[in-house]
Structure formats: C-alpha cells, structure tokens
Design a binder for this molecule. Structure first.
Ligand code: NAD
Length: 337
C-alpha cells in the first residue's frame, strides 16, 4: 500500500462515545495527510437474519473486502437475548487474536513508569462461545470450549509476534490446576509452539498469581497469551496500570490477514454525547491499523503527536485529570502534526 493510493478501510463508529472519538480519528488522519477512504457502517436497528445480529451482512462484507478496519465501541444490552455485536464480529470474521499493547505514557505519571507489555487474547472461544442454556429452573449452564486448533493458532501468533517485535518472553496465563482439560489443552498447545521458538523464553503463570504480579511489578511481563475470558480481564487490569481505558488500543487479527483495530473500552454511556471522551485509545488503535498497512512513518508521526500532547499536559481530557473537551484535545493533536 503506498501513500499515494488511497487506503480503503471500514469504519464502525459504534455506539455511545463511538461517533465522537471516530470523528477525532478522521480529523487527525486528515491533519496527517493520510489518503484514506473510510467506508462507514453503523449498527443496524433491526436484526439481520444473515448475521443474526444488529450488524449487517454488508458491513461484514466491507471488512472482508478491505481487509482493514477501525471499530468504535458497541453496546451490548445485558441479558436481552440477541447475539453480542462484538461476538458476531469476532466469529463471522474469524478474528482469532486480540493484541493489546500497554505501555507507560511519557509525562503522564501513574504508580508505574515501566509498563511495556503486550496481551494477546484468544478471541473466538472459551467462555465466549455463546453456548448457554437452562438445565432446569434455577440452574443454568455455560460451556467453555477450548480447541486445539484455536489454541495453536493464537499461541503461534503470540510467539511470532514476540520474535518479530524484539520481545524476549511469552507467558501463558491459565488456571489449569482447576480447569485441567480446557486450560490444560491450551497450555499443551502453547508448549508445542514454544518448542519451535527456542530463542523466546516461555513460562506458565496461574491467572490469580499473574494478577498479583502485574499489580506488584508489571515489568515482570513481556508478552502474555491467554484464553478469552482471562484476556478480557487482564487487559483491563493492564489499562489501569497506565492510566485507564481511555488510553489503551487493540487490534483484532483474523484469518486471511484481516486487521480490525478497536479501542479496549466500551461505549461509556455515562459520558456519551458530552464531548468528554478521551479519543486516545481509538487513535492509537488507528495507529496500529497504519502499522498493519506498513505505513510506519505515518503511524510514528501520529503516535508522537498524541503522546507529545499528553506529555505536555496543557490539553488533557477529564479521565486524565484535565478539563479539555474531546474536540480541544483533538485539535491540539492536529496542531502538533
Ligand atoms: P466502558 O468501557 O464503556 O466504561 C467504563 C468507564 O470508563 C466509564 O466510567 C467510562 O466513562 C470510562 N471510559 C471508557 N472509555 C473512555 C474514554 N474513551 N474516555 C474517557 N472515559 C472512558 O464500560 P461499561 O460501562 O462496562 O460498558 C458500557 C457498554 O459498552 C456496554 O454495553 C458494554 O457491553 C459495551 N462494551 C463494548 C466493548 C467493545 O465494543 N469492544 C468493550 C467493553 C464494553
């Protein structure tokens, strides 16, 4: 992809604060002179029978066709009986790995200044298989599915990522002492892949101990790979280490090279429509999308502008203790560019 040929990418502005922070990305990309055509898709207001969710078939086709996309948060009503939008995307597009870099931001003081880790979450199965039912009144059952195929695939991705990004260690996070069959199989697959990468140190850490170690000293970790639910929880914990959900990006990797970048946070209904959201997480997610497209210079330029704006401290949103609006903060980043 060269800078002169416009990139086509799918954009899901999403719900709640989604459209506000998606607007911020569009403005920053414009200021950075990135030739991009966004194919915008909103979540529908009726269930599309072809996807069995409010996501339309056309929007999924758009991601398949473009191979890259950016996704704002999507709200999933609790217990309302329709398929989660995020689950639909992950399943339909086979987005098997969710990669979440988490590093201390220069100039923004938190309890730690040495966080630099990557969580890699299996994204298609585990407790998120959507297989729940009532056994008898008052008793429900949820199935946790772990397969050899999905575990090998995410483990391979984690080790390959570590090798190609100059990382030294991969930690597999599990609870195989209790979930011997499911997490046991996950670990077995990680061990098999680890053998192919002797240059990368491999270790296994029980999830509860991992939480304690992360809070005590996050520098103990480098790349972490784990089943779905643990990844969901640990990556939010990691976001807390560096200043909160407004800051952490992610990218979903799918088969056939699809990359759908998204912020880790949700639709933040408490601040939606108030011009208060921090767009950093979605902006840094968009940066990962540019890196996936091998537009490293543009990605570096935007990332530097974001980090310098935060480090300067003049414009910060409320979640970082400042009083800037989303638009003020976005403008400050554009000025840096
Ligand atoms: P949330 O992430 O939306 O909000 C948690 C807290 O973090 C809130 O106080 C919110 O104001 C704050 N916050 C989040 N993003 C922020 C930002 N960019 N700037 C400033 N503050 C920010 O989590 P929730 O309230 O548990 O979930 C709300 C909805 O989002 C639910 O419907 C949930 O299902 C959905 N959700 C979607 C995704 C996704 O699309 N990937 C992820 C998580 C939650």
């Amino acid at each position: 992809c060269s800078v002169s040929t416009p990139i086509r990418a799918t954009l899901f502005p999403g719900d709640g604060i989604g459209p506000e922070i998606a607007e911020s990305v569009k403005q920053v990309f414009k200021a950075a002179d990135i030739q991009i055509e966004w194919e915008e898709h909103y979540v529908g207001d009726q269930i599309d029978p072809r996807t069995q969710s409010f996501l339309t078939w056309e929007s999924l086709e758009s991601v398949r066709r473009n191979g890259v996309g950016l996704k704002g948060p999507m709200a999933t009503p609790i217990g309302k009986g329709h398929r989660s939008l995020n689950l639909t995307l992950r399943k339909e597009l086979n987005l098997y790995a969710n990669v979440r870099p988490c590093y201390s931001l220069p100039g923004y003081k938190t309890r730690y200044d040495n966080v630099n880790l990557i969580t890699i979450r299996e994204n298609t199965e585990g407790e998120y298989s959507g297989l729940e039912h009532q056994v008898v009144r008052g008793v429900v059952e949820s199935l946790k599915i772990i397969t050899r195929q999905a575990s090998l695939r995410v483990a391979e991705y984690a080790f390959h990522y570590a090798k190609t990004h100059g990382r030294e260690r991969v930690s597999a996070i599990h609870k195989a002492n209790i979930m011997q069959k499911t997490d046991g199989l996950f670990l077995k697959c990680c061990r098999e892949v680890a053998e192919k990468y002797p240059e990368i140190t491999y270790e296994e850490v029980v999830i509860d101990n991992c939480c304690m170690m992360l809070v005590k000293n996050p520098a103990l970790f480098d790349v972490l790979v784990m089943p779905n639910l643990y990844g969901d929880i640990i990556s939010d914990l990691c976001a807390g280490l560096i200043g909160g959900l407004g800051l952490t990006p992610s990218c979903n990797i799918g088969e056939g090279g699809i990359a759908l970048a998204e912020a880790v946070h949700g639709s933040a209904p408490d601040i939606a429509g108030k011009n208060l959201a921090n767009p950093t997480a979605l902006l840094l997610s968009a940066v990962t999308m540019l890196r996936h497209l091998k537009l490293q210079d543009k990605a570096d330029k935007i990332q530097d502008a974001i980090l310098n704006t935060i480090a300067e401290g003049k414009y910060r949103t409320a979640d970082l203790g400042g009083s800037s609006t989303t638009t003020d903060f976005t403008k400050a980043i554009c000025d840096h560019l």
